[in-house]
Write a protein that binds this ligand. Structure first.
Ligand code: MRU
Length: 342
């Protein structure tokens, strides 16, 4: 299940705002349309927006019509800036844009058509690498999962949030593929309902048994002994292991610790921000009030009510049992062990 496809200068994205009721593909024919798709969450999830932005940079580069190298690079920087200003929290976005720009810069002596060609090829490479990375995360994570376990997840860290297979859901898929009898509990994940709309749908498509619960029910099921471990994705991991992920993840982690349930973060190394020491340095996106006051255009709250809508929270490292990456499973002390992944 791939949420994105590139062909001949056009990036097609499955519109994740419409799932699961409608499966509509949106064609982005220029880089501004790609940027808008990220802002409006037609595509979402840290690895998916990284690769989408990479295709956006490639599409932007293709549209630059100049023979002057100086002009080309100045316009390419503008394209990169537009991509950078879409969403602030997931570091994969900045990682992918920097990779693309560095490729172009390393080819400064080559012709503009050669640089454009290389950018398109590199976006493809990032796309392909993401799928292989997720399978490796799945394999490493599967070692931690026992037969007959029920796994709780929050938000959607599945195929839809990546280029395919998923990170947290990649571990679940791999456990299932290796013959384990696995059940999933999916938090609905207010306000945007990525759990109810995307994780529930995605797992159903793969015939993985999934039970949908409201966000405020997870403590109840943990205490009742219904959950064996929690696996979530990540948007940005600091050097000390503090992890930004979808709002509500922190509460789930605290409840898991209280109930002696292992809490795992599954993420590629590209989600680690090696430039920041702790989660305090992670910028948290605040989204519009309508996501909280309305569902599908229907107002639930009184007019002009004061609303806060942080899209992510930071789970302090002390609540995280281990971080599952493509390079292996990282345990505390995270301050020492995360550095080794660089
Ligand atoms: O706002 P979203 O839907 O982009 O948030 C997504 C998440 O928080 C995911 O858990 C995270 O990006 C990891 S996806 C593999």
């Amino acid at each position: 299940m791939r949420p994105l496809k590139y062909k001949d200068g056009v990036l097609s994205l499955i519109d994740q705002t419409k799932l699961p009721n409608e499966q509509i593909w949106v064609d982005c024919k220029n880089y501004q349309e790609v940027a808008d798709a990220i802002v409006n969450m037609i595509v979402r999830g840290a690895p998916a927006i990284g690769v989408t932005a990479a295709y956006g940079v490639a599409i932007g580069a293709l549209s630059i019509g100049t023979d002057s190298k100086n002009e080309f690079f100045s316009e390419l920087r503008e394209v990169c800036d537009v991509m950078r200003n879409t969403r602030p929290t997931a570091v994969n976005l900045f990682w992918a844009i920097d990779k693309m720009y560095n490729i172009a810069e390393s080819m400064k002596e080559k012709s503009i058509p050669e640089i454009k060609d290389a950018l398109v090829k590199h976006a493809f490479i990032l796309d392909e690498e993401d799928v292989n990375t997720n399978k490796a995360i799945g394999q490493n994570g599967n070692e931690l999962i026992q037969d007959n376990w029920t796994i709780l997840t929050h938000c959607n860290a599945g195929a839809l949030a990546t280029c395919d297979y998923g990170t947290a859901l990649g571990v679940i898929r791999m456990a299932k593929e290796s013959g384990k009898n696995i059940q999933v509990f999916a938090d609905e994940t207010r306000p945007y309902l990525q759990g109810a709309r995307l994780t529930a749908w995605e797992l159903q498509q793969d015939n993985i048994p999934v039970t949908l619960i409201c966000d405020n029910m997870s403590g109840h099921f943990m205490k009742a002994g219904n959950i064996n471990c929690v696996i979530v994705g990540a948007d940005r991991i600091a050097l000390n292991g503090d992890t930004a992920n979808k709002i509500g993840t922190y509460s789930v982690a605290v409840l898991a610790k209280e109930n002696n349930i292992p809490f795992y973060v599954a993420a590629p190394v590209s989600t680690i921000d090696f430039s920041i020491q702790s989660g305090e340095q992670i910028p948290i996106e605040e989204r519009k009030a309508e996501e909280v006051t309305h569902i599908k255009g229907i107002r639930l709250a009184p007019e002009s009510i004061c609303v806060r809508n942080p899209s992510f929270d930071v789970t302090p490292n002390k609540y995280i049992t281990a971080i599952i990456t493509e390079k292996g499973v990282v345990y505390p002390p995270f301050e020492e062990n995360i550095k080794k992944l660089k």
